[in-house]
Design a binder for this molecule. Structure first.
Ligand code: ME8
Length: 526
């Protein structure tokens, strides 16, 4: 964990339900979070990146039962065979992985709830109303739609299109209604707390209607964290789950570690779970007297055929389906670049194939292979000493400097698509520079060796800046590029290269060994 003195940049994904294996919607959130975490590390900040799994509750319990196994056995199986492996598949650099069934979580959740109880924040009552097991959410009448066809006469969850269940249970409640005004004041004072703006507006108008008290326990099943003062109840799965962000970083167990990380800087969530994170979660933290997260960022849905992709609708695609063909870097690049972060986005095989071919194979990949090949051919693989710069080199270096600054600003706005678009101005400028300067023609004239050296040195400099700026999005190809430039010997490890310095021209040291490695993005046959 980071030194207690320097508060880490703390970034989280939701913790995913283990009722099923991950699809690209889940991977999307994790890739974006990973990109932001890696970028901040390259800003030389200390970073803490947390992800994990949400294992209690009725939804997971029912899935386990349907598969004829104990819920714990089921959760272990899914975590080990599906959720942890997918992090490797997509190259996630998480610092920790929390499971809500771990004692480090369960014990602290009990203490947290006991604390609220002792503080008079919890009372006993009866919940009567609708519940959607797929959302694990108590529904208000306004959240429901009328069923048709096989569901005629029933009320359906508007998100899942499946019937809700009517509950009538004695429950414990959290006095959330008492937090309506405090939350509204908090949103007002912290306009960046909920992003994007449309998400903030939605939450503010929801809270303005006045909050209801929240039922925080269930008594009809026992797959959950026991309520400390009443063993016939388990804690509502969302209250249990939200606390992972605190328990995983030492809340109640290691005060120094906790202070060094808390509060979260950015919490990424899909828009389906925004209210839990932007309403219930801050109200719980206020009740416990803990500092609130700085930002909750809601992104859109991946759509397939115009609908939210989901396993239950058979539109779920496993990350490996795509990665087996295109590789993990292209997978990451595609989702970061093709979807305006915050909006819904449609996945299509045609789209990823087209971007792969145009931007990765013909754009970046071709640039890397022709520059390294020419250093091999004309200078025996030794990076030459450049001659005097001309306007063309100055222009290229300015593009690099601007790309680095714009990409960094875009990451600050959590706009990965804009960050990559900014970096791509350099890919295009470098390809354009080579086409214009025609090193292959210059090479025919022995008296222009100096000029040839300048062109290839500058092209290699563009590749150096690209390796640094693309490392967060495409770590494997960037590492390969760094290795082919022989940069590590003089400049150190790629991960240590500050993004702020990426655009500073002239860092590669002449004499470095340049090699043409395997194609970064092999072209598919047309
Ligand atoms: O909600 N498009 O877990 P979950 C984009 N356990 N993102 C998607 C997506 C799609 N089609 N489908 C899923 C839960 N996601 C709770 C969270 S947090 C304390 C508890 C992503 O397994 C998106 O980030 O249903 C969404 O919020 C998350 O997966 C929900 O995963």
């Amino acid at each position: 964990m980071p030194e207690p003195s320097a508060k880490a940049f703390y970034v989280t994904t939701p913790i995913y339900y283990v009722n099923d294996a991950p699809h690209i919607g889940h991977a999307y959130t994790t890739v974006v979070t990973d990109f932001v975490a890696r970028w901040h590390r390259q800003r030389q900040e200390s970073v803490w990146f947390l992800t994990g799994t949400d294992e209690h509750g009725e939804k997971v319990l029912r899935t386990a039962e349907a598969n004829g196994v104990d819920a714990r056995v089921w959760a272990d199986r899914l975590v080990e065979t599906a959720w942890k492996p997918v992090l490797e598949t997509i190259d996630a650099s998480n610092d920790d992985f929390i499971r809500t069934t771990e004692p480090r979580h369960v014990e602290r959740v009990k203490e947290f709830i006991q604390g609220l109880h002792d503080a008079g924040e919890i009372f006993e009552g009866t919940y009567e109303g609708a519940y959607c097991v797929a959302c694990e959410e108590y529904k208000q009448p306004g959240d429901l739609i009328d069923g048709t066809g096989e569901y005629a006469g029933q009320k359906l969850c508007a998100i899942h299109g499946r019937p809700v269940e009517m509950l009538a249970e004695k429950n414990y409640f959290f006095r959330m209604s008492a937090y309506t005004e405090r939350l509204l004041a908090f949103y007002e004072e912290n306009p960046g707390f909920i992003e994007p703006e449309s998400a903030r507006n939605e939450v503010v108008s929801f809270v303005k209607q006045g909050l209801q008290d929240l039922s925080i326990s269930r008594s009809t099943f026992d797959w959950g964290v026991g309520v400390p003062w009443d063993s016939s109840h388990v804690i509502y799965v969302w209250v249990d789950a939200l606390l992972n962000y605190a328990t995983a970083v030492g809340y109640g167990a290691d005060d120094d570690a906790f202070r060094g990380i808390w509060p979260p800087d950015v919490q990424f969530v899909g828009k389906d779970i925004l209210r839990f994170h932007a309403v219930i979660w801050p109200a719980m933290l206020m009740a416990a007297g803990l500092p609130l997260p700085k930002q909750v960022f809601a992104h859109g849905w991946l759509l397939v055929g115009g609908e939210k992709m989901s396993k239950s609708k058979l539109t779920g695609i496993a990350p490996s389906d795509i990665i087996d063909t295109f590789g993990s870097d292209a997978f990451r690049y595609y989702f970061l670049r093709a979807i305006a972060f915050g909006n819904d986005g449609s996945f299509s095989w045609e789209d990823i194939a087209a971007r792969y071919q145009a931007e990765l194979a013909n754009g970046l990949g071709n640039l890397a292979s022709r520059v390294t090949a020419m250093v091999g051919k004309y200078f025996d693989g030794v990076l030459p000493e450049p001659g005097p710069d001309t306007d063309a080199e100055r222009r290229l270096s300015e593009v690099a400097e601007r790309a680095a600054a714009e990409a960094d600003a875009a990451v600050g706005r959590v706009a990965p698509h804009e960050a990559l678009a900014a970096v791509w101005t350099l890919v295009e400028a470098a390809n354009g520079y080579i086409t214009e300067q025609q090193p292959w023609a210059v090479a025919k004239d022995e008296s222009r060796r100096d000029r040839l050296a300048s062109i290839l040195y500058s092209s290699a400099e563009a590749l150096r800046a690209l390796a640094v700026l693309l490392n967060a999005a495409m770590p494997k190809s960037s590492a390969a590029l760094w290795a082919s430039l022989g940069a590590e010997k003089d400049l150190g490890a790629l991960d240590e290269q500050p993004v702020a310095d990426a655009g500073r021209w002239g860092q590669l040291v002449p004499g470095a060994t340049v090699t043409k490695g395997a194609a970064l993005f092999p072209r598919f046959p047309e």
